[in-house]
Design a binder for this molecule. Structure first.
Ligand code: PGA
Length: 242
């Protein structure tokens, strides 16, 4: 049997209302049939409980978690790993490039977040990726190795998502060959760190490119932003990875 692939929707700061979140969650529950890959979505914290209550056949996870505390405490505005585990979250995304960029999250913060997730047995979807300038300077592999180094010593479940920053929300993607080469490199680096993890691709995955990505033995799944907010598109992508 082929190992399981994963298709995870990152809803980011969408949709605008509870009613819309409920509709997306319900539609996905009803229409998701025959998928052989593991499907998941990551709504905002505010919509997490609602979406979880509708999700019969897919995982529901969080997009982030607090780094200062893994449990409770005087950390205004934060949501901890303990709270997410208590709510029944199935995974947590850590290290998304939008967190790295807009919240200056670097290795120290990311290491804390990973440790908190691990302490609560929350599987981690760990995002890595190079910027356009780093890609142009052919630094991709070195940048990814540096970003992966925070996973050293990890015991719990982790999925790695390779998301070139320049491919996120732009409609651009690396070629299939480039992605395959990078994924092989990531797997080798993980193995040097004593880890085995599925490696997902993210960045402008859509109905058009998903069949090619889904057929590749080097791509263990997709982390999908924009296209995960349209259920027909998301279902097409899921089909391509099933
Ligand atoms: P995109 O986003 O699919 O809209 O490019 C992917 C992501 O940021 O995870």
């Amino acid at each position: 049997m082929q190992p399981t692939k994963y298709v995870i929707g990152n809803w980011k700061l969408n949709p605008a209302t509870r009613a819309q979140a409920q509709k997306l969650a319900e539609e996905l529950s009803l229409q998701l049939t025959g998928a052989t890959c593991q499907v998941g979505v990551a709504p905002t914290f505010v919509h997490l409980d609602l979406v979880k209550s509708q999700a019969k056949n897919y995982w529901v996870g969080a997009q982030d978690l607090a780094h200062k505390s893994g449990e409770t405490g005087a950390f205004t505005g934060d949501v901890s790993a303990q709270l997410l585990a208590d709510l029944g979250a199935d995974f947590v995304i850590i290290g998304h490039s939008e967190r790295r960029q807009y919240h200056a999250e670097g290795p120290e913060i990311l290491t804390q977040k990973i440790a908190h997730a691990q302490a609560q047995n929350l599987p981690v979807v760990f995002c890595i990726g190079e910027t356009q300038a780093q890609y142009d300077a052919k630094q991709t592999l070195a940048v990814l190795d540096e970003q992966l180094s925070v996973l050293a010593g990890l015991q719990g479940d982790v999925l790695v998502a390779y998301e070139p920053v320049w491919a996120i929300g732009t409609g651009l993607t690396p070629s299939l060959g480039e992605i395959e080469q990078v994924h092989q490199h990531i797997k080798n680096t993980l193995s040097d760190l004593g880890l085995v993890a599925p490696v997902l691709y993210g960045g402008s995955v859509n109905e058009g490119n998903a069949p090619e990505f889904g057929a590749s033995a080097f791509i263990d799944g997709a982390l999908v932003g924009g296209a995960s907010l349209k259920i027909p598109s998301f279902l097409s992508i899921i089909k391509a990875f099933s």
